[in-house]
Design a protein around this ligand. Structure first.
Ligand code: HEM
Length: 379
């Protein structure tokens, strides 16, 4: 089989690429004896990538070239890991939303005080709707943990690059702390009608952990797709870091508002506002009003940073989320709207993390000498 010259990718003069059984490419030094006769990755007849390293069956000769092609190839072959990491992120997003449904529909007691069994059985039969919601949440968190564990082991063993390994391990740490924080809710009795400030602080910490966990999943997938490290010394890094903190601050105030809405349900917009500004109202009720204010100011800041640096998705999501917030308030936060609002908050956070990574990504270093191999595959 002959491979078209213009379809032939490039190799660095000092290195060759070895494909590992797990789908990653490893860059390895050329053995001294190999000269320029070691292989390269080439597209096969189906347009898929194929490693053509077989000595004697690959011939190439030197010429000028660029490194970008090799980066593209590495990215493509790494896809199996990256695809899995994106899948882990997507699945966890669903798990988080389902967790919010458990809270909003007050289904937390659906499995009684049994754990890990649900009402004393492994799989509940003829269950109530609350039991189904709670049981589904428990089962999905178990699956989510297995997925993140598999992702961390895969990255650890394959070692595609250091940032991917670090982020995959951070993902594992965050999902463990997420579970511990969830268990702590029951342990510290931050449930039911408890209206303590401790509960509000605890829920805020829980939401921050959720956001950091989502950030770690996102960056694992990002680095796993072949991107370079982030340069926090770049000129735009301060604004982006500030935008990330602003996003966390909005989320924290949102968690307080969500708790306040659960404890003190509102029957009409006027009654809600009257309660918020009444001097005798409980503290949590009076704190509720701060979320829209902080969200508007901090959201505007994020949108300005996004617009300045060309982040159209970030800007659109901020505007959409502010509109969703107003709708949430007007409709008195029905469950479906709470879920939409939380989904948009998570998507905005993921978009901001990706935008920050893309803006601050360090350019790949240019090697001193490169060559374009002329590959002839002998079938
Ligand atoms: C960038 C803008 C915004 C972000 C990122 C954001 C984020 C959040 C988050 C993370 C929660 C907690 C959800 C949960 O724990 O389930 C929340 C709750 C809430 N937010 Fe926002 N928010 C934004 C803007 C607004 C605005 C402008 C309003 C009103 C005018 C608003 C009204 C509410 C209400 C009423 C809740 C409590 C009910 C619920 O849980 O959905 N939000 N928000």
């Amino acid at each position: 089989m002959n491979v078209r010259q213009d379809a032939i990718p490039t190799c660095r003069a000092s290195q060759t690429l070895r494909q590992l059984s797990n789908g990653f490419l490893e860059s390895v030094p050329l053995p001294a004896s190999a000269g320029s006769r070691t292989g390269c990755v080439v597209p096969d007849g189906d347009g898929k990538l194929k490693f053509a390293a077989a000595r004697g069956s690959v011939r190439h000769k030197s010429g000028p070239n660029t490194i970008e092609d090799v980066g593209t190839i590495i990215r493509l072959v790494r896809n199996r890991f990256a695809q899995f990491a994106w899948l882990v992120l997507g699945f966890n997003l669903l798990v988080i939303l389902w967790g919010a449904l458990v809270r909003a529909s007050k289904s937390g007691e659906g499995c009684g005080d049994h754990w890990p069994l649900c009402n004393g059985t492994v799989i509940p039969h003829a269950a109530q709707i609350a039991t189904i919601i709670e049981f589904t949440h428990r089962a999905s968190t178990g699956l989510a943990f297995i997925g993140v564990l598999a992702m961390a082991i895969w990255a650890w063993r394959a070692r595609p690059n250091e940032p991917t390994v670090r982020m995959a391990v951070a993902s594992l740490v965050f999902i463990v702390t997420e579970a511990l924080l969830g268990a702590g809710l029951v342990l510290f009795k931050y449930v039911g009608a408890d209206a303590s400030l401790g509960r509000a602080g605890y829920l805020s910490a829980h939401l921050i952990n959720t956001m950091l966990m989502l950030g770690a999943f996102t960056l694992t997938a990002w680095y796993g797709s072949g991107h370079g490290p982030i340069n926090w010394r770049a000129s735009d890094s301060k604004q982006l870091a500030f935008a990330l903190v602003a996003s966390l601050a909005i989320a924290v105030t949102g968690a307080v508002t969500a708790l306040s809405d659960t404890l003190y349900p509102v029957t009409s917009l006027q009654a809600g506002f009257a309660a918020d500004f009444s001097g005798t109202a409980p503290l949590l009720l009076r704190l509720r009003v701060w979320h829209p204010v902080i969200a508007a100011v901090a959201g505007l800041y994020i949108a300005i940073v996004g617009a300045k640096l060309g982040g159209k998705v970030v800007v659109s999501l901020v505007l959409l989320q502010i509109a969703a917030g107003v709708l949430n308030l007007t409709l008195l936060a029905p469950i479906w709207m709470q879920l939409v609002h939380l989904l948009l908050a998570d998507l905005l956070w993921i978009a901001l993390v990706l935008f920050t990574a893309a803006t601050l990504e360090q350019p790949a270093p240019k090697p001193a000498t490169e060559f374009r191999p002329k590959v002839v595959l002998e079938s």
